[in-house]
Design a protein around this ligand. Structure first.
Ligand code: GLU
Length: 400
């Protein structure tokens, strides 16, 4: 009989993927489910991406690709880092993988020894601590308080660093809170990190183009060029270009780390689908108008959804500064009963009840390290969002 390896037996599936799968199942059964569970743009991938992919086939690039990525794509990635982050890096410091998630997997596999600590500011994207655990590492949570706009404070980081700290994970704009870090916040972090030269920094900037209210993303690597040999920037085409299914992530990091990550990749996948690389190359070297247009739509939706949530009695909601998630708090609902008499002991009960009683799929905040909250993606159509808000309100008002 099959027995899973111990490192997998106790490993939960990422709640984002699990909730999306449940919503899909219920939909297939004919239930009128609205899923705001998955962080997935509802736009079609750009035309340039399709053309870029077709070009690869036409040019006969259908054999095994170079492990780190095709030269033409790496050149487009280098161009992106120059254009958006004022970073001029040689191709030897770049690589691509099957999505940002595999970049993270490669990096942790290449570097974590059992017992190494990885500082993960909370709320965090579900997969950082899970991947750390797969390699025997210990995630160390540092709370980013709502009162501080969910930003990481330098003094909290300083307190969390120990001789066993291997990595600090930064993810701004943040999934699930939408928090961003201002220049001064990053300068303060850099000061702390200069005093801890054994700590590597993974900066996941996958939402960099999705910032609102005129705010702009700044990368730690721009603020602290002296830390360049310790920073791994994670990014990808999924979110900004509505290309989640293409699975193309990319990274910029110190050469030795990239080399080790490419070695990992050689043992996992023998490189990334050439068609997907062609699509990514086309969008990364193309114009940004399409991204700007999608961003404007997300911003309008953010304003409507957050405005609606804030008007529901007992619901609080910080204003996300970036990404495409609302992260409302439901503290007032915990301990109450749902319209159909189910007890709400925590946010997992809340997400379950919403799915079963209102057919609305969300992700419980506790899987992001923050209980009593739910994550709702607003990368969904206006009609779906309006109906989701109505269902949520009906549900909350019916609890007693
Ligand atoms: N990153 C997206 C999310 O948080 C996609 C799902 C996943 O990989 O977790 O919903």
């Amino acid at each position: 009989m099959f027995r899973p390896a111990s490192r997998i037996a106790s490993l939960p599936s990422p709640a984002t993927i699990a909730m999306a799968a449940r919503a899909r199942e219920l939909k297939a059964e004919g239930k009128p489910v609205i899923s705001l569970a998955l962080g997935q743009p509802d736009f079609a991938s750009p035309e340039e991406a399709l053309e870029g992919a077709i070009e690869e086939v036409r040019d006969g690039h259908t054999g095994y690709p170079p492990l780190a990525g095709q030269k033409t794509l790496l050149e487009a990635v280098a161009y992106k880092f120059r254009r958006d982050n004022a970073l001029d890096v040689p191709l030897s410091r770049l690589m691509v993988a099957n999505g940002g998630k595999q970049i993270i997997f490669n990096a942790f596999m290449a570097s974590i020894e059992a017992g190494d600590e990885v500082i993960v500011p909370a709320p965090y994207w579900v997969s950082y601590p899970l991947i750390v655990q797969m390699f025997g590492g210990c995630p160390v949570e540092v709370s980013c308080l709502e009162e501080n706009n969910f930003r990481l404070k330098a003094e909290d980081l300083a307190k969390a660093i120990t001789p066993r700290t291997r990595w600090l994970v930064l993810n701004f704009p943040n999934n699930p809170t939408g928090a961003i870090m201002e220049r001064a916040d990053l300068e303060a972090l850099a000061e702390v990190l200069r005093k801890a030269p054994h700590v590597m920094i993974m900066s996941d900037e996958i939402y960099e183009h999705l910032t609102f209210s005129g705010k702009k993303h700044v990368s730690l690597a721009q603020i602290a060029p002296d830390l360049a040999d310790r920073i791994l920037i994670v990014n990808g085409v999924s979110k900004a270009y509505a290309m989640t299914g293409w699975r193309v992530g990319f990274a910029c990091g110190p050469e030795a780390l990239i080399k080790a990550m490419v070695k990992v990749q050689g043992n996992i996948s023998s490189g990334i689908c050439t068609l997907a690389q062609g699509g990514a190359r086309a969008v990364l070297s193309g114009p940004m108008e399409g991204v700007e247009a999608m961003k404007r739509v997300y911003e309008e939706r953010r304003d409507r959804v957050v405005g609606f949530l804030r008007n529901i009695p007992g619901v609080s909601c910080a204003m996300p500064q970036g990404a495409f998630y609302a992260f409302p708090g439901f503290t007032a609902l915990i301990g109450k009963k749902t319209p159909s008499g189910r007890m709400l002991d925590n946010d997992v009960d809340l997400a379950e009840a919403l799915l079963e009683e209102q057919h609305l799929a969300t992700v419980p905040g506790s899987s992001f390290g923050k209980g009593s909250h739910l994550r709702l993606s607003f990368a969904a159509s206006d009609e779906e969002l309006a109906e989701a808000c109505r269902r949520l309100e009906r549900f909350v008002l019916g609890c007693s």
